[in-house]
Write a protein that binds this ligand. Structure first.
Ligand code: AGP
Length: 629
């Protein structure tokens, strides 16, 4: 949830850390802080409530010198978002400073023990307990910082990615992880540290992904830190990775496939709208090398290499959260229709705690944009321990979920920075549809004609999305008339029922308007009581199997004076006559309609939020990557 960044090298650390925090701000933005050791050996900690820009303003008049530092952008778990609870946290003697992403579950027990030893606490955070524990261990066991960190972490239950500075050792930066991501970037006589590679990419493409329960010590010779902040100074450096039980590990250096331009807004006012407009290209990227329209074939290596597991599966369990869970629901329709395998779609947070029955011949599909969602990670760890085959659909290459999966498929849409997921969703649906088609074809549970028709149509989807995006201006215009609304209902059926839920989620997370997605036919079992002329109802009604039934639902809404915004297939005549606003999408295969119908809903939520003056890319209380339970 939080973002952490660190630097040690011959450059001035502060600008690198601040830039890194801006890149990581999507992970949390209720407070931020930085710690630096200056050339006089002072350990300065600066913190501010609010976004990183508040921290920058606060630091403008401060001493921000130093070639070693750590910084943090927070999404509060323990303790309200304020300056005291912001990271970094000092230890008792103010010799150490720590930043942390995760949750120390047994912090109360550890805190009580430290208080008995005379330690006092300034914040309400679990993180302060950890830094005090490290200092207590360092002092009482007479060990160096790395050993103190190892010993302290042996007592910790929970998740962490941490980085610690010790002003007595200004040549060393110590970090560790368990359950929360941590990447080390290797530059020329300098090291970078971050929750993901985005703060690192402009300095180096060489990275090491730190594994669970590993402790990394990044060192420079002390002389380098006494030299000027910039200049051609040769410094010796080294990196040492051990486990928390002091077993030496050999780091594997990987090359980053990420470009700086992918992290910029490219002329758009927000990342969200940029990412919505990127979808024709991102879906082309997702399908590249996989969907071969000329040969009428789909080649998905994660499936080809593990064909038997899918063909022998008695059941497929899909586990995910939020938008990714909605993509999973769409996959349930596709897999059951084409591959005839029963599918269960589980919220990861429920699945992991409800003692589910998991068999060795089950296939568990985890869906996660970030690949770091704590609940989804825990769900697949559970499934793996029961012998199920784990297949993951993720976007962030090298993240924890794909790393522990048996196989999978990356969506390859590039970094998604807007907190509201858009391009990741459509790519997840494409990946899952490709998988459903591969299984169906191989099992012989779908006709050749059906298979070919969908494969060909997949190739047309990017162009068809482009056509839907052409209505952006009109959607922006009528979005203005809905900013008064306190509530919205979204309705859809079949493949478009999850789209209704996704549309509602988009609206509530970025515009703070309450919205619910329902299967259209369920409306009469309760939600119809809410319909009045104040209630906008978005109905997803493309020409599919249940079209006529949905038209009847629209009649029912209109009879009660509800205002209907309908997403229909081009040329629709029935709904056009009764709905208040119409958005047309091109005709396509029923299983692919979500890829088109979701686009107007993304745009509608975006424009309503913009008109309301909401912070679209960083909505309140949210974070992009949910690495806590
Ligand atoms: C989507 O708009 C949300 N911000 C959120 O629901 C998200 O989809 C969810 O947290 C899951 O994230 P993941 O795909 O990275 O696992």
């Amino acid at each position: 949830m939080c973002g952490i960044v660190g630097y040690i090298g011959k450059k001035k650390a502060y600008p690198i850390l601040i830039k890194g925090l801006h890149r990581l701000e999507y992970r949390g933005y209720d407070s931020a802080g930085v710690a630096l050791i200056n050339e006089q050996g002072q350990l300065n900690v600066y913190k501010a409530k609010g976004k990183v820009s508040e921290l920058e303003a606060f630091c403008a008049e401060k001493d921000t010198c130093g070639n070693i530092g750590i910084a943090h952008t927070r999404w509060a778990t323990h303790g309200e978002p304020n300056t005291v609870n912001a990271h970094p946290h000092y230890s008792e003697s103010e010799r150490l400073a720590i930043i942390h992403n995760g949750i120390i579950e047994n912090y109360a027990v550890l805190k009580a023990g430290l208080m008995e030893q005379g330690y006092s606490f300034k914040s309400d955070t679990d993180t302060e307990v950890l830094v005090q524990l490290v200092e207590y261990t360092q002092v009482n066991r007479h060990v160096d910082l790395k050993t103190a960190v190892q010993l302290a972490l042996q007592q910790v239950i929970g998740a962490y990615a941490i980085a610690i500075l010790d002003k007595e050792h200004p040549d060393t930066l110590i970090a560790a992880r368990k359950g929360s991501p941590l990447v080390v970037g290797i530059g020329e006589d300098e090291y970078f540290l971050a929750s993901d590679a985005t703060p690192i990419v402009e300095y180096t493409d060489k990275v090491i992904y730190i594994e669970d329960e590993e402790v990394v010590a990044l060192k420079l010779k002390v002389e380098s830190l006494k030299l000027k902040e910039v200049g051609e100074v040769k410094v010796e450096s080294n990196i040492d990775i051990t486990t928390i039980n002091n077993v030496t590990k050999t780091p594997e250096i990987k090359r980053l496939e990420l470009s700086l331009s992918q992290l910029e807004k490219g002329g758009y006012p927000h990342f969200m709208i940029k990412e919505i407009f990127e979808q024709p290209r991102t879906l082309t990227d997702s399908m590249r090398g996989r969907v071969n329209v000329r040969q009428d074939n789909i080649a998905l290596s994660g499936f080809i290499d593990n064909k038997e597991r899918f063909l022998n599966a008695k059941r497929i369990i899909i586990t995910a959260c939020g938008t990714s869970w909605h993509a999973g629901l769409i996959a349930m329709y596709a897999i059951e229709e084409f591959a005839q395998i029963p599918v269960e779609v589980e919220y990861s947070s429920e699945f992991r705690y409800r003692k589910p029955v998991i068999n060795k011949d089950d296939v568990v599909i985890a869906i996660s944009q970030s690949g770091e969602t704590a609940d989804t990670l825990a769900a697949i760890q559970l499934a793996k321990s029961k012998g199920a085959f784990i297949f993951s659909i993720c976007n962030v290459v090298g993240a924890s979920i794909p790393r522990i999966s048996d196989s999978g498929c990356y969506t390859h849409v590039g970094p998604e920075i807007g907190v509201a997921s858009t391009k990741a969703f459509t790519a997840q649906v494409v990946a899952l549809t490709m998988l459903a088609l591969c299984i169906g074809k191989e099992k012989g549970t779908m006709t050749e004609e059906q298979y070919l028709s969908i494969v060909r149509e997949l190739g047309q989807i990017p162009d068809k999305i482009e056509r839907v995006l052409g209505q952006n201006k009109r959607i922006a215009d009528f979005a203005k008339t809905f900013t008064y609304a306190q509530n919205f209902i979204y309705l859809g059926r079949g493949y478009n029922f999850p789209v209704a839920m996704e549309g509602a989620l988009k609206l509530k997370e970025i515009s703070y308007i309450h919205a619910e997605g329902y299967p259209a036919a369920e409306m009469k079992h309760g939600p119809i009581a809410l319909i009045s002329q104040e209630m906008p109802v978005v109905v997803v009604a493309p020409h599919c199997g249940t079209y006529e039934k949905v038209v009847s639902n629209i009649q029912e809404i209109k009879a009660r004076k509800g205002r209907v915004i309908a997403v229909v297939t081009e040329g629709d005549e029935l709904v056009s006559k009764i709905a208040d606003y119409i958005i047309e999408v091109p005709q396509t295969e029923e299983c692919l309609t979500p890829l088109l119908t979701v686009i107007p809903l993304q745009l509608l939520a975006y424009h309503i939020a913009v008109v309301k003056g909401c912070d679209v890319d960083q909505p309140r209380n949210l974070a992009k990557s949910v690495t806590v339970e």
